[in-house]
Ligand binder design. Structure first.
Ligand code: NDP
Length: 314
């Protein structure tokens, strides 16, 4: 029998403990997996897998060797005061998660490219509001952020025949995608796109990047899709630009405050689709293997994969 690996503590208000426990123990039967509320000996906890745990959570465990962020975005984790120094933080980068995200992005892009918000509104008025379709080649889509999720989405968008632009921090190459990098190229990319898709991590550099002035760089009538984080955008400015028609329509999965407050004007805007932060989620069956592999690496004294850089913020 394999030697015990110690204990992994699990915390998430959004994910099912039992499903994750079964998925992890299918990979590592010798790992004890406990929900945070069942941990009696915090000193025995070597691994933490968490999504938005309460403040002070990590301080209770003096022998942590690995923190697994239960998701792709680590903005809620980096910068926390209770992170133990020197303990590596990893995130989930799962092809199935990327596929789920690409599906959402493709849905949003096609919805805007085919003027579906216009037809939805016309239907509510009982109106046959013909608008001649454009071919995909006539529509430019900019995917901002070309990481694990963004690159997959950009690939899927270009496969549909859209003129696809991509933007990242460092130079990237994706077949069929015109890639740009660096802050100085952003406004040029925005000015060319009929549909802008935000897929950037929230970091000190990207926080508030889409302020009023930058949103005004979008082509008049462009569609705006945010599946990244609400704090990238000045939501008040976005709302005002949607109201005055400069931004034609939007698909928003993330918001400055979540849940989006009941009195927020975005709810009632017919040209806006609001979804409750679910464009993609961590999938236990497909990501347990990489988490297990990282636990084994750390147990053997090796560095884990998919490590994030807290200084960079992603
Ligand atoms: P990655 O960390 O793999 O990639 C991030 C990309 O953004 C990289 O291309 C990176 O550039 C680029 N980037 C980062 N900072 C800058 C900057 N200052 N200027 C220009 N480009 C920058 O992230 P993922 O693709 O895995 O995920 C993206 C985000 O999606 C997550 O951070 C999370 O916030 C969000 N998300 C949302 C979900 C939802 O359900 N709505 C679900 C999962 C994730 P470079 O290539 O040079 O490093």
């Amino acid at each position: 029998m394999a030697a015990p690996l110690g204990t992994l503590v699990f915390y998430s208000d959004f994910d099912d403990f039992g499903t994750w426990k079964d998925a992890l123990q299918a990979q590592l039967p010798q790992l004890q997996v406990l929900p945070a509320c069942a941990v009696e000996r915090p000193e025995d906890v070597h691994y933490a897998m968490a999504w938005k745990p309460p403040a002070g959570f990590f301080q209770q465990m003096p022998n942590l060797r690995l923190i697994v962020n239960l998701g792709a975005g680590v903005d809620a984790l980096v910068g926390r005061a209770d992170l133990p120094a020197g303990v590596p933080i990893t995130r989930i980068t799962d092809p199935q998660m990327a596929r789920m995200m690409a599906g959402y992005v493709l849905f949003a892009v096609l919805r805007h490219a085919r003027d579906i918000p216009h037809f939805e509104q016309a239907q509510r008025r009982g109106e046959w509001a013909y608008r001649h379709p454009r071919s995909p080649q006539e529509t430019s889509v900019a995917v901002l952020g070309l990481g694990q999720l963004g690159a997959t989405a950009a690939h899927e968008v270009q496969r549909q025949g859209f003129r696809t632009l991509g933007w990242s921090r460092s130079p990237r190459q994706i077949d069929g995608v015109a890639c740009f990098s660096g802050a100085e190229t952003l406004d040029g990319v925005l000015g060319q796109a009929d549909i802008v898709v935000l897929m950037l991590p929230l970091t000190p550099e990207t926080h508030g990047l889409f302020d009023r002035a930058r949103l005004q760089r979008l082509k008049p009538g462009a569609a705006f899709v945010n599946v990244a984080r609400g704090a990238l955008v000045d939501q008040g400015a976005l709302t005002a630009l949607l109201a005055d028609g400069h931004i034609g329509s939007a698909t928003l999965d993330v918001f400055a405050r979540e849940p989006l407050p009941a009195d927020d004007p975005l709810w009632a805007m017919p040209q806006v689709l609001v979804t409750p932060h679910l464009a993609s989620v961590a999938i236990p069956s497909s990501s347990a293997r990489q988490i297990a592999a990282n636990i084994l690496r750390v147990a053997a004294g090796e560095p884990p994969d998919n490590r994030i850089d807290p200084a960079r913020g992603y």
